[in-house]
Design a protein around this ligand. Sequence first.
Ligand code: ADP
Length: 286
Amino acid sequence: MLRISNLSKTYPNGVQALKNISLEISNGMFGLLGPNGAGKSTLMRTIATLQDADSGSITFGDIDVLKDKPALRRVLGYLPQEFGVYPKVSAEEMLHYIANLKGITNTAERRELVKALLEQVNLYEHRNKHLGGYSGGMKQRFGIAQALIGNPKLVIVDEPTAGLDPAERLRFNNLLSEIGENIVVILSTHLVEDVNELCRDMAIIAGGTVVLRGNPEDLVHGMEHKIWSRKIGKDEVAAYRERYRLVLAKLSGGAMVVYILSDEDPGDGFRSVRATLEDIYFSNIN
Ligand code: ADP
């Protein structure tokens, strides 16, 4: 289990990115959802031992993460937000290189591992291509392959589907869902859909604090019969925001639709709609 306790971080420019964050994360896929600037990358980089916190502690099993960084690195697989690749090196060469660095020095063993990884992420037929010629989706799948070298017990993926087209995103998420349930996988994202599809446990962070924690299905269930929607004029959003607890106003087929939170039937042309994780998200970050 990964245990984060009272973690705080203020950058030299005065931005307080993490405010006393505490989270316990067990095996399986954990979704860390939050808007841009919420503090997700700061938290991910701190867990991945790439930067220090000002105060607080992180333990992973019996590893004191902030004190014994090498121990955490031995069990960590990390796909950073900005995953740079050497453009003139092939996927196969790069995986061999990284595997070697991670201590897999036996050539036969390494060959077998690299082949298995390339097959797992569906890049075997492109193994000899230079990484510089890979599409965004292929780069991210390569990123997962390198993160899985050395059988990590903790895998962190930071905003992995940002910039992928819908088909690439689907393929990437299918790949993520195949990573074992027996390790801790943290998926940091601002996309509600990613968490909806993949995670059985999640937290929403905003402004450097955890604003909600739970199982996506339970959270949605708790919101059932409380979400109401109606079409309005595009210039009426402000008025509705004033009158109701507005969760979301979004365009649908060119018309403006508002979603509000109410325990009772608000009348006024509203009809009850099924709650979604998007409703939970927007009602907690606003
Ligand atoms: P997220 O990943 O959720 O978008 P970040 O952790 O990147 O959030 O950023 C949290 C806050 O900290 C933001 O206000 C961001 O501008 C600020 N921040 C992030 N990195 C730095 C840095 N190296 N120096 C100063 N401020 C930073």
